[in-house]
Design a protein around this ligand. Structure first.
Ligand SMILES: [Zn+2]
Length: 233
């Protein structure tokens, strides 16, 4: 039996949640899980529909980008996942989808403004939309450069990937991450819901003001602050 059996199963389960949550159609999207002790990550194979995906189809990659185990080609977005795993060593899983509302904001090249407490429960920043990639980045090692576009945008904004566990890529779609792949999947679903709410609010009332600072801090802190009191202790 493969020493990566559990890792493959975790990756398979995370990928299968994406269609169940209505976040992907057909072969769109991919989830990955890292095992830092072994120096590998598991990722969905390229172009395999969720309906026929099996745990043994999951591909094991080294963090250096080589196939370690698997007879399928890995997701075409594998290099983007590798760049993020290699630079943000606290993350355990990554999810990429083309979920409709989040992708609509990405295609409009807009940050998702913080308009309500649902958003503030998860992060105090607007959800960043990284700018369109340059022609040189696109012509180069595209998926590798896509990872760098995300890293550079967080750097430019002084934004922590521990607080903001989600990003939009202009003209493309979202990526989310988390300490575990389950958290990354959760973040993908939360992002889609926030994107839908923000779209509806800004359509009902163009120019709707951002949530006021006192409410942003209140909602974030009651869930994530030093004296958080949301949920059961
Ligand atoms: Zn994509």
């Amino acid at each position: 039996m493969s020493q990566y059996q559990e890792l493959k199963q975790a990756c398979y389960a995370a990928n299968m949640q994406l269609p169940q949550l209505g976040l992907v159609l057909f072969t769109f999207g991919n989830a990955s899980v890292v095992d830092r002790e072994k120096g590998v990550f598991a990722i969905k194979p390229s172009g395999v529909p969720y309906a026929t995906l099996r745990p043994e189809d999951i591909v094991i990659m080294s963090l250096g980008g080589k196939i370690v185990e698997g007879d399928k080609r890995p997701s075409s977005d594998t290099k983007t996942h590798a760049v993020l795993f290699n630079h943000w060593d606290h993350i355990g899983g990554i999810v990429h989808t083309h979920s409709t509302y989040a992708t609509a904001w990405a295609q409009a090249q807009l940050d998702i403004p913080l308009l309500g407490t649902t958003h503030a429960d998860h992060l105090t920043a607007d959800i960043p939309c990284a700018p369109p990639m340059s022609d040189a980045m696109i012509a180069g090692d595209y998926e590798h450069q896509t990872g760098w576009q995300i890293l550079n945008e967080f750097q430019r904004r002084g934004l922590s990937p521990r607080e903001a566990e989600m990003v939009l890529l202009s003209n493309h779609a979202p990526f989310t991450w988390g300490s575990t792949v389950e958290k990354a999947v959760y973040n993908s679903a939360v992002l889609e819901e926030i994107a839908r709410m923000a779209y509806l609010s800004s359509t009902l009332r163009p120019g709707v003001p951002r949530l006021k600072d006192a409410l942003i801090q209140k909602h974030y802190d009651r869930k994530h602050g030093a004296n958080s009191y949301y949920g059961q202790s």
